[in-house]
Unconditional design. Structure first.
Length: 253
């Protein structure tokens, strides 16, 4: 059986979420199908797989490797192959770089065209993309956004079921994230980075990190704390001025 044929079969029965299947399928199609998909599943060597993975950046490498692992694990279980060619292949360790994000002041002063209200809504409410797509006007009442579902089904975690203060700008979201992602990319940010905008908005409005974690749907407040420790360049300057002023006052007392 060809690798492509078995991969297409795998996507129909793997016991994982639809979102995970979509991620696996996308990584496989981008990075493996053209190079190895037309070859017999049992004849593909570890060297060929390593050569296909080698040019990929760490996050893409990891996603593609995970997709191949589930494909070959299922093939092994069905006795379509006698050995596991991915044995010993490890994803490279990546050092995450600080991600750029916009402050609410920057978002509010920018016109994002057709998707302006969608982007401002995400920046002011911190929803994940899947949560935003599933949201309807009926979920907004009593000055709150009631989040209890995702386009993929239930929320990502139990903590994902939550209520956040409503600040306006809601407009039904399109099913595809591509147009909004393209709009944001021209400003050097992503859809997910708008959650950082929201977290930073909460931080600068003196919302405690534990409450911010609830608003963001984080099961672990340490995830929120990582965002809360982000410091913008202007903050460094402002804090420096504030401390210098305090030191000058103390000197003359």
């Amino acid at each position: 059986m060809l690798l492509d044929e078995f991969a297409d079969h795998c996507w129909t029965f793997l016991p994982v979420t639809k979102k995970t299947i979509d991620n696996y399928r996308g990584a496989y199609k981008r990075n493996i199908s053209k190079r190895l998909g037309g070859k017999e599943l049992s004849e593909i060597s570890k060297r060929e797989i390593l050569d296909a993975l080698a040019p990929l950046a760490a996050p893409n490498y990891f996603q593609t490797l995970m997709a191949l692992r589930v494909i070959y694990r299922e093939a092994l279980n069905r006795e379509l192959i006698s050995n596991f060619p991915l044995k010993g292949i490890k994803a490279p360790k990546s050092r995450p770089l600080p991600q750029k994000f916009l402050t609410w002041e920057e978002v509010s002063s920018t016109n994002f065209g057709k998707y302006d209200s969608h982007i401002k809504f995400l920046a002011l409410h911190g929803l994940r993309w899947g949560e935003a797509v599933a949201l309807t006007i009926d979920d907004i009442y009593e000055d709150k956004v009631h989040i209890n579902k995702s386009k993929y089904g239930p929320t990502k975690t139990i903590s994902g079921v939550r209520e956040v203060p409503y600040f306006g700008y809601f407009d039904q979201f399109p099913k595809s994230r591509v147009p909004i992602a393209k709009t944001l990319s021209s400003h050097g940010v992503t859809i997910h980075s708008l959650r950082k905008t929201y977290a930073y908005f909460l931080k600068t409005n003196n919302v405690h990190v534990t409450l911010a974690a609830k608003f963001l749907g984080h099961s672990n407040p340490m995830l929120t704390l990582k965002i809360y420790t982000l410091v913008r360049d202007n903050e460094v300057e402002e804090i420096g001025k504030k401390i210098r002023k305090q030191l000058e006052l103390n000197t003359f007392q």
